[in-house]
Design a protein. Structure first.
Length: 354
């Protein structure tokens, strides 16, 4: 297992993070994602720690709070030292019936962190993340509340999930102007079949120095290859998310399959290995239902794609340039031609994809 620094911080996290959305069950979407009991969850945590994973991601809504409770109970009953782990949780989703039991207001954040700390049975959360954008709450109110938690010692670093590039940049600008703790990471959907974040978000990450944590690296299970017959099944039969261009994803799988077979690994391992090769990726969150799935996902760290294999995968999955990216590329070619020096758009333009 290798480790990467989280954004600009001095905090080291394993390149594979154990996700816990499958823990606890509950109702609706949480039941669709998984309903692992305490014993099953304990085995997954133990297997992940044995593989060198030091990073666990959860949220107050996972399993309607049960996931955090499981993590707290499991770690309390184990011999692992709290300081050897990086525990991340999130706030935003509805956790009660009150109109103030969701969102990014100061009131909800201050209440929610108390609940998370109690369920996790710890005195601090290493990375506390805003789980979604709340248009009803000023961004300044949110970042001020997070700064308070850092000052109080309840939270050590703060991050964000599922925000647009401009929203994150605005939040960072407010934090820096007011001298507040700023976002150090973004948790976002990214897969070889879903490279949308390369258009605006990845350039922003490079510019502002944020770490990138990946959720759903297998595109909701589609990239396991078990949907190759184009029939819905597994989790996607009841929860078809995140959206996937199935025809494009199938073309990608068709390229990954011989690579996987030639190496004696699964298509899923190749899909995760491709992500691990991206320099902007800090950690890939894997959420398994079984030990076999978890072991297979973790095995991706040992899949070293060749330059030729990487190019094949990159070419088949590349997204089309959208404005203004194609204009940047064209204007840059004029600029460097006139200066008679090599073209280096990816460096000069904060790695805007072409």
């Amino acid at each position: 297992m290798r480790f990467n620094k989280l954004g600009r911080t001095g905090l080291w996290v394993s390149q594979i993070c154990l996700g816990t959305a499958t823990f606890g069950g509950g109702e609706g979407v949480w039941l669709d994602l998984g309903a692992l009991g305490w014993n099953e969850s304990q085995r997954l945590v133990g297997r992940a720690l044995d593989a060198g994973v030091n990073f666990i991601d959860t949220a107050d809504t996972y399993g309607q709070g049960a996931a955090e409770e499981f993590i707290g109970d499991i770690l309390q009953s184990s011999e692992v030292k709290r300081e050897d782990l990086v525990i991340a949780s999130k706030v935003f989703g509805r956790v009660g019936t009150s109109p103030n039991s969701r969102g990014n207001s100061r009131g909800h954040i201050m209440d929610a962190v108390k609940g998370s700390l109690k369920r996790l049975k710890t005195d601090h959360i290493d990375l506390y993340q805003i789980h979604g954008f709340d248009a009803a709450t000023p961004i300044e109110e949110t970042v001020r509340a997070l700064h308070t938690l850092v000052e109080q010692g309840h939270v050590r670093y703060v991050g964000v999930s599922n925000w647009a590039a401009w929203q994150i940049a605005k939040a960072i600008g407010i934090s820096e102007r007011l001298g507040l703790a700023r976002f150090e990471s973004l948790q976002a959907y990214y897969s070889i079949a879903g490279r949308d974040i390369e258009r605006e978000i990845v350039p922003m990450l490079h510019s502002e120095g944020l770490g990138l944590l990946i959720w759903s690296p297998l595109a909701g299970g589609f990239l396991t290859g078990k949907y190759s017959d184009r029939n819905a099944g597994g989790r996607r039969k009841s929860f078809d998310f995140p959206p996937v261009d199935r025809m494009q994803a199938q073309r990608i799988i068709d390229v990954m399959r011989p690579i996987a077979e030639g190496r004696g690994v699964t298509v899923a391992a190749v899909a995760i290995a491709w992500l691990l090769r991206q320099e902007h990726v800090t950690s890939v969150i894997v959420g398994a239902r079984t030990e076999a799935q978890l072991v297979d996902n973790i095995s991706a760290v040992d899949v070293d794609l060749s330059a030729e294999e990487y190019k094949l995968l990159d070419d088949v999955s590349k997204i089309n340039a959208q404005y203004p990216a194609w204009m940047f590329e064209r204007q840059e070619s004029y600029q460097f031609e006139s200066l008679r020096i090599p073209q280096t758009a990816s460096t000069i333009l904060n790695k805007v994809p072409s």
